[in-house]
Write a protein that binds this ligand. Structure first.
Ligand code: G4P
Length: 285
């Protein structure tokens, strides 16, 4: 597999600088990752940038992830003294949970400030993560209105706006956007499969075959159950899939490109089941 790493954008330095500026202003950082790829959707820079700040780690899109794996990841992060929270950012109840947690942290900060004789002000927080993990969705849900635009342009600086969530919390309305680990090909692959980066890292058919192979390793029956594909990994899977789904070209040939698209879409939307593409490795953040 040879991966085209063109997707690594040149704005990284600028985005990082913007993050550094915003981080100075906040007390709490909510990092969002995709619960289906909690390692690959990490910001490698955030641990360093956020040193000294309280960090909450949201494993978002948990509705699409394998619940047993999400439990393992949650446990893994808790052992590292990061506060993990699995959620669906679109759900009101889940937003209530995170608000409750944020309130608790704000109260702790208030107490500390009072002890040190610092005049009390609301705790300020920012939401950060790689593109497409649900930052704007969470900001919108927390703010209770459609104030944050979806779509990302890293490094774009606007005037900073604070959204008052309650008496003790203020949220930066612009999410911090950083890029994933790009030196590792499997990271690019998994992010493309989850739709976090555009699929052009590989031609669609190659990406789909890699995705099928990965899925087969982790969920051996998923492809057979959903599409009736043969049980062994086969490069002919796309042809099989095209035939079984009736995806044919004009001359009646199996349309493997459309089959690839079908698979990638089904995988992303959870129609192949709730899947998580990686498990925690001991001792790794
Ligand atoms: P971003 O700001 O981090 O870039 O992400 P954004 O909020 O724009 O969310 C990206 C997509 O993910 C949106 O779908 C959004 O609805 C969806 N999403 C956010 N949180 C969750 C979650 O917890 N569960 C699920 N299932 N989906 C979530 P979209 O606009 O339809 O884009 P797409 O699905 O076509 O990528």
């Amino acid at each position: 597999m040879s991966m085209n790493l063109q997707w690594y954008p040149g704005h990284m330095t600028k985005a990082r600088r913007a993050m550094e500026e915003s981080i100075k202003l906040v007390d709490l950082i909510v990092e969002i990752r995709d619960a289906r790829v909690p390692y690959s959707s990490a910001n490698p820079d955030l641990a360093g940038l956020g040193r000294g700040k309280k960090r909450i780690l949201v494993l978002n899109k948990a509705d699409l992830a394998d619940p047993r794996e999400t439990d393992r990841w949650t446990e893994h992060f808790r052992n590292q003294e990061i506060i993990p929270l699995a959620m669906d950012a679109r759900k009101r109840g889940d937003c209530t949970d995170i608000l409750r947690l944020l309130d608790r942290l704000a109260a702790e900060k208030k107490e500390k400030d009072l002890k040190r004789g610092i005049k009390n002000r609301p705790a300020r927080l920012m939401i950060a993560g790689i593109p497409n993990v649900g930052k704007s969705t969470l900001i919108n849900s927390l703010a209770g209105r459609a104030s944050a635009k979806t779509g990302d342009r890293p490094g774009v600086t606007r005037g900073l706006q604070w959204i008052r969530l309650n008496a003790s919390l203020e949220l930066l309305d612009t999410p911090g956007i950083l890029w994933p680990r790009f030196e590792d090909e499997s990271v690019g692959l998994k992010l493309a499969l989850m739709g976090a980066i555009r699929e052009e890292v590989l031609p669609a058919e190659e990406l789909a075959l890699e995705g099928m192979k990965l899925l087969k390793e982790r969920y051996p029956l998923a492809l057979t159950d959903k599409y009736g594909l043969s049980e062994e990994y086969a490069p002919a899977w796309l042809t099989e899939l095209a035939s079984s789904q009736g995806l044919l070209q004009k001359g009646g040939e199996p349309d493997t490109l459309r089959a690839a698209g079908r698979f990638l879409d089904d995988l992303k939307k959870g129609r192949l089941g709730r899947v998580t593409l990686e498990s925690p490795a001991p001792g790794e953040e």
